[in-house]
Ligand binder design. Structure first.
Ligand code: ATP
Ligand code: MG
Length: 424
């Protein structure tokens, strides 16, 4: 027996009142998108405030762990449950199904196996246990929800009956514990009956596409992919801009950013990645402006260029991985100067994070190993030994005057010649 249905739980979007349907549709869309990359044929449906994934192909056409892993990247989901689905039947039949469910999921053998084990549905020791049982007793509690009010037995009666049958089927192996059970056996009686006990946590957040679009300034570092992930988690679709400086930065450095964009896209959906050749602008700043102001001035032009792509892509804000005080270019005074260059809101979700918090998050979302590959960043090449830590906007603007005769043309050229890579 293979459980061919997944019940998906969602949190915050459930409370969106009139917009609920729209949010659910966006979530269904993202679930479908996530499953496109998973082997197997799936049908995604929305019923009564629940989303279900049904496997259409053969039992061995899919890998449940792979399905779950893909769904764990869909923002908006809070729980993923592989369920036993059966037609609505009398309570004894539901109890039989619960016995089969436990046999399959926890590798236990029921005593009265003539009704409960249907050949391959029998015990598979160690097959799927999330605890190692051996001599241990599996404590449980049954929790029934009866959404189908025509069902002849109420939920407490179903709890009692199923609990009793489980004890009879697994004497000495299962025990009721209503306070701290090892497992909750959930039974939902709806248009069909669903039985499950494992709820794999989803990432939470809101479905991508429900909160507009923003442009991520994506470098090859640790911070910016995490920043993009955090904003996407709030339902914002992403595009990205990366500045490189060939021949000072390599093709490998660019590939690293493409790889990072792919990792972020696993959560955020398709991303347009604009790769901007920043060399001439950096050289001009280097030639004409005070070296201790290089990074700030460079950052300001990054903002201006990213904003051009934001406008093209339909984005309403920029995203950076900045955090207060992390480096000289991220002091409050520096952030004021950078912010001034942008004409649209700049979202800095990591603003109050310690570096270690950011590293922990990057490990969790899977970008860390790529981020720490040692390829040079365009900013480190032209970096000053002693950058200003308290730049003044009026002074920075005066320094930028020295670029007046060339900078517009250079920006224009950089925007026009940028390469756009579609990441999906
Ligand atoms: P990250 O790890 O994201 O590179 P960082 O700690 O190295 O951050 P900075 O190099 O000061 O910090 O960059 C601050 C922010 O500016 C980055 O988080 C990113 O959003 C943006 N940024 C920096 N360099 C680039 C680049 N080459 N291309 C695009 N955006 C960049
Ligand atoms: Mg960086």
């Amino acid at each position: 027996m293979v459980f061919r249905t997944f019940l998906l739980k969602y949190g915050e979007i459930g409370i969106k009142g009139k917009n609920r349907g729209q949010f659910e549709d966006a979530l269904v869309l993202q679930v479908r998108h996530a499953l496109e990359k998973v082997e197997g044929d799936f049908e995604v449906s929305k019923e009564q405030g629940r989303i279900y994934v049904n496997v259409l192909g053969e039992d061995d056409s899919f890998d449940a762990d792979e399905v779950t892993a893909a769904l764990q990247k869909v923002f908006g989901l809070v729980g993923i449950c592989q369920v036993l689905k059966a037609p609505v039947a009398d309570p004894e039949q539901i109890a039989e199904d619960a016995i089969r469910y436990i046999a399959k999921t926890y590798g236990l053998t029921p005593v009265s196996s003539e009704e409960s084990a249907d050949g391959d549905g029998a015990a598979q020791p160690g097959a799927a246990g999330d605890a190692s049982f051996g001599q241990n007793v599996l404590t449980f509690k049954v929790h029934t929800r009866r959404a189908n009010k025509h069902y002849p037995m109420n939920s407490m009666e179903v709890d009692a009956l199923v609990g009793e049958q489980l004890l009879e089927a697994y004497p000495g192996k299962m025990k009721v514990d209503v306070h701290q059970p090892d497992i909750m056996v959930y039974i939902e009686i709806r248009e069909e009956v669903f039985i499950y006990s494992k709820i794999v946590p989803g990432p939470g957040g809101m479905p991508v596409g429900t909160n507009g679009r923003a442009q991520l300034l994506l470098s090859g570092g640790i911070d910016s992919p995490v920043a993009g992930w955090m904003i996407a988690k709030r339902g914002v679709a992403l595009d990205a801009t990366y500045f490189h400086a060939p021949p000072y930065t390599s093709e490998r450095a660019k590939q690293k950013v493409v790889d990072l964009a792919k990792l972020v896209a696993q959560y955020a959906g398709p991303i347009r990645l604009h790769v901007v050749n920043f060399t001439d602008i950096q050289l001009a700043i280097y030639d004409r402006c005070p070296h201790d102001e290089l990074t700030i001035i460079m950052r300001r032009y990054m903002m201006k260029i990213a904003e051009r792509f934001a406008a093209k892509d339909g984005s309403m804000g920029l995203i950076t991985g900045e955090s207060i005080g992390q480096v000289a270019s991220q002091t409050i005074q520096s952030l004021v100067c950078t912010d001034d260059a942008a004409g649209m809101p700049v979202f800095r979700p990591l603003i109050g994070f310690d570096k270690q918090d950011i590293i922990d998050l990057s490990l969790k979302i899977g970008t860390y190993d790529t981020s720490i590959q040692p390829f040079e960043d365009c900013c480190t090449i032209f970096v000053a030994k002693h950058p200003v830590t308290k730049p003044r906007l009026d002074i920075i603007k005066r320094s930028e005057e020295k670029l007046k005769d060339i900078i517009d043309a250079l920006v224009e050229k950089a925007v026009e010649e940028a390469e756009t890579i579609r990441i999906s």
